[in-house]
Design a protein around this ligand. Structure first.
Ligand code: APR
Length: 237
C-alpha cells in the first residue's frame, strides 16, 4: 500500500517481547518446552494442581517485574505510531506482559489476559496483582482464600474483547501480525477476517510461518517494526 491508510489493526505475539528477554512459547527453549501446556495452561490443569499453576505464573510475574525486563524498540515504535497516526489504530496483543503499556501504547487490548492481574472465581472481579499468588491468597471481595486465579486465558477458554477486535478487523485497511507463530486460534485467523473487506495483510516475523499474508517482512522485531511503521506514517512517493 503506497498511500496513508485510514484504519490499522496490529496483532502482536511473543516474538515482539523476545528481545526484551521474555521467552516465546514454541521455540526449542520456549516456555512450552519445559512446562506441559495441559498442566499449566488449562482450567483442568488448575483444578488438578493449583499450586503448580500459581507457581508457573508467579515465576513469569517475578521475571516481568525484574529490572532487566524493559520495552524494546518494537514496543516503542508501536506507541509512537499510535501517537502520530491520524487514522484509527487498534493494537491487539496475545502477550500477557505489560511492555506495550510501558512503552506508551493506549488503545490496546490484551486478548489472552494479563500477568499483573488476578480474578475472583466467584465474582469474576479483576484486581491488580504484583505479588505471588497461592492457595492462601485472600480474595478482596469474598475475603476467603483459594478463590483467586491468574487473569490469563487458558486453552479451551474464550479470549477477551472478541467483539471489539472483530469490529476493528472488519473495518481496517491494513492488518499487521508481529512476532506470532499463528498456531493459536482465533488470533491465527485474524488476517483472513481482515481480508474480507480487502485489507492488506502483512506479517513481520523473525522467520516464515505457515500463514499466507499479502506481504512478509522477516527480521528481528526491534529492527523491522520501527522501519515498517515509519514508512506507514511517511510513505515515500
Ligand atoms: N522478532 C520477531 N519475531 C520473533 C522474534 C523476534 N526477535 N523472536 C521470535 N519470533 C517469532 C518466532 O519466529 C515465532 O513465529 O515469534 C513467534 C513466537 O511464536 P509463539 O512462541 O508460538 O508465540 P505466540 O504466537 O505469541 O503464541 C500464541 O499461544 O501459548 C499460547 O497463549 C499463548 O499467547 C500465546 C499464544
Amino acid at each position: 500500500m503506497n498511500s496513508i491508510p485510514q484504519s490499522v489493526v496490529a496483532l502482536t505475539g511473543a516474538g515482539i517481547s523476545a528481545e526484551s528477554g521474555i521467552s516465546t512459547f514454541r521455540a526449542a527453549d520456549g516456555l512450552w518446552e519445559n512446562h506441559p501446556v495441559v498442566e499449566v495452561a488449562t482450567p483442568e490443569g488448575f483444578d488438578c494442581n493449583p499450586p503448580l499453576v500459581y507457581e508457573f505464573y508467579n515465576q513469569r510475574r517475578r521475571q516481568l517485574l525484574s529490572d532487566e525486563i524493559k520495552p524494546n524498540p518494537a514496543h516503542t515504535a508501536l506507541a509512537k505510531f499510535e501517537h502520530e497516526f491520524n487514522g484509527s489504530f487498534l493494537l491487539v496483543t496475545q502477550n500477557v506482559d505489560n511492555l506495550h503499556e510501558r512503552a506508551g501504547s493506549q488503545n490496546l487490548l490484551h486478548m489472552h489476559g494479563e500477568l499483573l492481574k488476578m480474578r475472583c472465581l466467584n465474582s469474576e472481579m479483576v484486581y491488580d496483582l504484583r505479588q505471588d499468588l497461592n492457595l492462601d491468597s485472600e480474595c478482596k471481595c469474598c475475603r476467603s482464600p483459594g478463590n483467586l486465579r491468574p487473569h490469563i486465558v487458558w486453552f479451551g477458554e474464550m479470549p477477551f474483547h472478541m467483539n471489539e477486535i472483530n469490529t476493528a478487523l472488519e473495518a481496517c485497511d491494513i492488518f499487521i501480525a508481529i512476532g506470532t507463530s499463528g498456531n493459536v486460534y482465533p488470533a491465527s485467523g485474524f488476517y483472513q477476517k481482515a481480508r474480507i473487506r480487502k485489507a492488506t495483510t502483512v506479517e513481520l516475523n523473525l522467520e516464515a510461518t505457515d500463514s499466507s499474508f499479502d506481504e512478509h517482512i522477516y527480521g528481528p522485531a526491534s529492527k523491522v517494526v520501527p522501519a515498517y511503521f515509519e514508512q506507514l506514517l511517511r510513505p515515500s512517493s
